[in-house]
Each structure stands twice: as structure tokens, then as C-alpha cells.
Design a protein around this ligand. Structure first.
Ligand code: FAD
Ligand code: FES
Ligand code: MG
Length: 276
């Protein structure tokens, strides 16, 4: 059992929690995630990125969007409550080095996984330009934390309620034209955003890392649920990723697999409810 030490609402649907997990906090590196189970017995296990960690407090921070059953159950918990289990740190850590200049692009809830990576890239001595995108101003999360680890911060909203009324690919294209151009792009957000960011950087030969959000079941490379195609090869996001070369990812395959259960989900009564 892991105790919730702190809970904060970041937007209408996004929450931040700090959970007691001393061993994970001591071991984790940027880019890694946990699998969290809210309830015992029939609780499903969901992957969430470790947005931050404090080894002194023995805590990990998660930032999650309420989208369905398990994130609703998690959101209903408060400080002092416990979740059933946390497993981690999982996945390969981000490769962090001083490459010179990096452009970090985060969309929606993707800003949460981007934050520890941008922070580590900045600490390694890189010049960090960050581009954040959200549907509207009230859905933009972690602006101040991202500003703190960026040399420049560009904000885009779909409805123009804050920053530029553009998709993130527009300023990304402009940054790629800078002389010298960035040495690395890190893009995390919805698959369609990562696809078009990768298309943009490809034109300028800017190496690009994306973090894939495939559906996971065991998180240990056993079930094959999270398989994706990268450079024509099958990879498992949980053990080979979650980060991959954006220029090699088959995004259409990822999007097809993410929507594989849409028909069943339409009129579905969750099995989890049947046991209550
Ligand atoms: P459901 O109604 O069950 O599903 C809603 C949608 O969430 C689905 O359509 C699907 O796209 C996705 N999803 C559902 N089950 C899973 C699953 N087992 N594995 C992966 N995706 C699933 N979300 C955040 O809000 N913050 C994060 O930091 C974050 N980090 C992630 C890191 C990784 C490596 C991966 C793979 C996913 C991450 N996600 C993150 C997505 C998160 O796991 C899903 O939003 C969550 O599982 C939804 O559960 P639900 O029961 O509330 O919703
Ligand atoms: Fe089962 Fe990755 S989640 S192999
Ligand atoms: Mg679910």
C-alpha cells in the first residue's frame, strides 16, 4: 500500500499526487513510469509517468488526467488515503547528455512526462527551448515548472485563449529553421501530435525522441499488449521504450491499436463494476 501525501487539482480534469514510494524515488530516472493499482483484487493496473521524485521525502509525483474508470477511482482518493500498489520504476530511462540545444514539445497531459526530461536536459547544460500546446488556457498544465527549466517558452492554444493560436508544429517548424538548428527534439503528447512533430523535424534532420502511450497490461514484456512497430521491427513499449526515434515509429499502427477496443467500449458495462 502506498500513502497519498499530497493532492492538487491542476485543471478541470488533471490532478497531481505525491505518493509514498521510497524505493522507487531512490531509483527512478527521467523517462520512467510506474504501474499503479488503485484497488485490491479486481483493480486494473494503469501506467503513469513518474513526473518527479523526492528521495529525501521518499515520494514520487504523478500527474494524471481523469479519462475513465481507474483514473476516476484514483481521483476520488485524498491525502492520507492509500493506493493498493505501485510497481516501478519501469521502462528505459531517457538518454541525457549535453548535445547543445534541445527543443522540447509537450501537448496536453504529455507535458507531465516531458517535465522531468526537460529538467534533466537543462541540468546537463543544454539550451532548452520549450513549446507547450493545449486546447485552451484552462487546460494548460505545469507552465511554471516548464518555464523554470527552459531558456525560452512558447505557448500555443487551439482556441487562442493564451499564447499563439497555433498548433505546436508551427513554432516547432520555426525553431528548426534557427541557425544553428536544434540538435535534438523531444516531443510528447497525443500520437497525432507526435506524428506531425516528427514529420516537421524530419525535414530538417533534427533527431527526434517521442514517448509512446501504448495500451499496457503487465508492463514487463510478457503480454505483448503494448507492441508497436519501429523501423519495421516489433518493439514492446514497456521494456524497449517508452521512448523511440520519432522518425522510425509507425504512428498509424499505434493509433489503430489504441482504438482497437472502441466498438466494445461504446456499450460496455465494465467488469470491474460487476464485482461491487
Ligand atoms: P479507460 O476508460 O480505461 O481508458 C481511456 C483511454 O486510456 C483508452 O482509450 C486508452 O487510450 C488509455 N488506456 C486505458 N487503459 C490503458 C492501459 N492499461 N495502458 C495504457 N493506456 C490505457 N496518463 C496520464 O494522465 N498521465 C501520465 O503521466 C501518463 N503516463 C503514461 C505513461 C505510459 C508509458 C503509458 C503507456 C500511458 C500513460 N498514460 C498517462 C495514460 C494512462 O495510462 C491512461 O490514461 C489510463 O490507463 C486510463 O485509465 P482509465 O481506466 O481511467 O481509462
Ligand atoms: Fe505487456 Fe508491454 S505491457 S508486453
Ligand atoms: Mg481503464
Amino acid at each position: 500500500m502506498n500513502k497519498i501525501i499530497y493532492k492538487e487539482k491542476l485543471s478541470d480534469t488533471v490532478y497531481l499526487m505525491r505518493l509514498e514510494a521510497p524505493m522507487i524515488a531512490a531509483e527512478r530516472e527521467p523517462g520512467q513510469f510506474i504501474i499503479l493499482q488503485v484497488e485490491a483484487d479486481y483493480g486494473e493496473r494503469i501506467p503513469l509517468t513518474i513526473a518527479d521524485a523526492d528521495p529525501d521525502e521518499g515520494s514520487v509525483t504523478i500527474v494524471f488526467q481523469v479519462v475513465g474508470k481507474t483514473t476516476q477511482l484514483l481521483c476520488a482518493l485524498n491525502e492520507g488515503d492509500h493506493v493498493e500498489a505501485l510497481v516501478g520504476p519501469l521502462g528505459r530511462p531517457t538518454h541525457i547528455e549535453n548535445v547543445g540545444s534541445v527543443v522540447c514539445v509537450g501537448g496536453g497531459i504529455g507535458i507531465a512526462p516531458l517535465h522531468p526530461i526537460a529538467k534533466a536536459l537543462k541540468a546537463a547544460g543544454n539550451h532548452v527551448t520549450t513549446i507547450l500546446g493545449a486546447r485552451s488556457k484552462d487546460l494548460l498544465i505545469m507552465e511554471e515548472q516548464m518555464r523554470a527549466c527552459s531558456d525560452e517558452l512558447i505557448i500555443c492554444t487551439d482556441d487562442g485563449s493564451y499564447g499563439q493560436k497555433e498548433l505546436v508544429t508551427k513554432p516547432l517548424d520555426e525553431v528548426c529553421k534557427w541557425n544553428p538548428r536544434p540538435n535534438l527534439a523531444v516531443c510528447i503528447g497525443p500520437p497525432i501530435m507526435m506524428k506531425f512533430c516528427s514529420e516537421t523535424t524530419r525535414q530538417y534532420d533534427v533527431p527526434t525522441v517521442v514517448s509512446l502511450n501504448a495500451i499496457m497490461i503487465d508492463g514487463t514484456g510478457m503480454c505483448g499488449g503494448c507492441r508497436v512497430t519501429v523501423g519495421g521491427e516489433t518493439k514492446f513499449v514497456c521494456v524497449d521504450g517508452p521512448e523511440f526515434d520519432g522518425h522510425k515509429v509507425d504512428f498509424q499502427n499505434l493509433m489503430n491499436r489504441l482504438s482497437a477496443y472502441k466498438d466494445q467500449e461504446k456499450d460496455h458495462v465494465c467488469n470491474l463494476d460487476k464485482f461491487k
